[in-house]
Design a protein. Structure first.
Length: 256
């Protein structure tokens, strides 16, 4: 029996498209026939809302992590072949746990170990921070996917993130595969093109081939609890996401 690829969708910067990417990549993979689990690791619970899930207070991630209930009992079906572990604002209690017990970083990993054989992919939507929740995500994952917008502060943030990951790799004695997606990309903006050129220079084998353009459609989807494949399946945004799913599966980058 194969094991799931576990991927954290991570960028400490807010509003860069992490939740949008988690939502549509998860559904895109499920549409392709893979078994997918999406984990909402953000107390803002925006992945939960984006997939249109109304969870009762018992079926949330924090219940499993803090009250020691199996993850499977707080998992809900979201779409065909796509399950979700929802969260709510109560998850922020985990951020406040003292991190002196080394084990608090492994709470999520210990739970996911029991799920790993049930899925092909497990995607974790991280909050825009660098605290204990994000540490739990990194310690659970073998891969990191980072959406970033085409501006200089985004580039600077990415360089910082890459350095942090290198340090993690040393401590953990494991290699993390890192992927970058240009999200909310504005093709006609000169700055966006410049940032893309720099990125291709610095990390040629890490940037997935397809850019996700800025599009109001993608901002409308969460309000309906729909993925782009449901809301506007024939749109350019849906095409971009379909192509990105293939990039991800084939590990197709700007290097190729
Ligand atoms: N390509 C896009 N075009 C237009 N709007 C987008 C795009 N991607 C995301 N958005 C919108 O931008 C906002 C931020 O996106 P999203 O919630 O995915 O970012 P995030 O990185 O998860 O944010 P946070 O750090 O707060 O968790 C949302 O309103 C979302 O609908
Ligand atoms: Mg988010």
């Amino acid at each position: 029996m194969s094991q799931a690829r576990i991927i954290s969708v991570l960028n400490q910067k807010g509003g860069v498209g992490k939740t949008t990417l988690t939502t549509n990549l998860s559904h895109g993979l499920a549409i392709k026939g893979f078994n997918v689990l999406a984990v909402d690791l953000d107390p803002q619970a925006q992945l939960t809302a984006s997939l249109g899930i109304l969870s009762d207070s018992d079926k949330v991630l924090e219940k499993s992590l803090l009250d020691d209930v199996p993850l499977s009992s707080v998992t809900l079906p979201a779409r065909e072949k796509l399950n979700i572990v929802p969260s709510s604002h109560g998850l922020s209690a985990l951020e406040k746990l003292s991190s002196n017990g080394a084990s608090s970083g492994f709470l999520l990993k210990n739970k996911l170990d029991h799920e790993i054989k049930k899925y092909d992919f497990i995607l974790i939507d991280c909050p825009p921070s660098s605290g204990l929740l994000v540490l739990n995500a990194i310690l659970s994952s073998k891969e990191i996917i980072t959406p970033m917008t085409g501006d200089y502060l985004g580039l600077q943030g990415l360089a910082y993130l890459m350095r942090t990951m290198k340090r993690f790799e040393k401590i953990l004695e494991k290699e993390l595969s890192q992927w970058v997606v240009l999200s909310r990309f504005q093709t006609r903006r000169r700055l966006s093109q410049e940032v893309k050129t720099r990125l291709k220079e610095y990390f040629p084998d890490k940037i997935l081939k397809t850019d996700i353009s800025e599009s109001v459609l993608l901002a409308e989807c969460p309000g309906f609890g729909k993925t782009v494949f449901e809301y506007r399946p024939t749109s350019k945004s849906a095409d971009e996401y379909r192509s990105l799913v293939d990039d991800f599966l084939l590990e197709r980058t700007h290097h190729d």
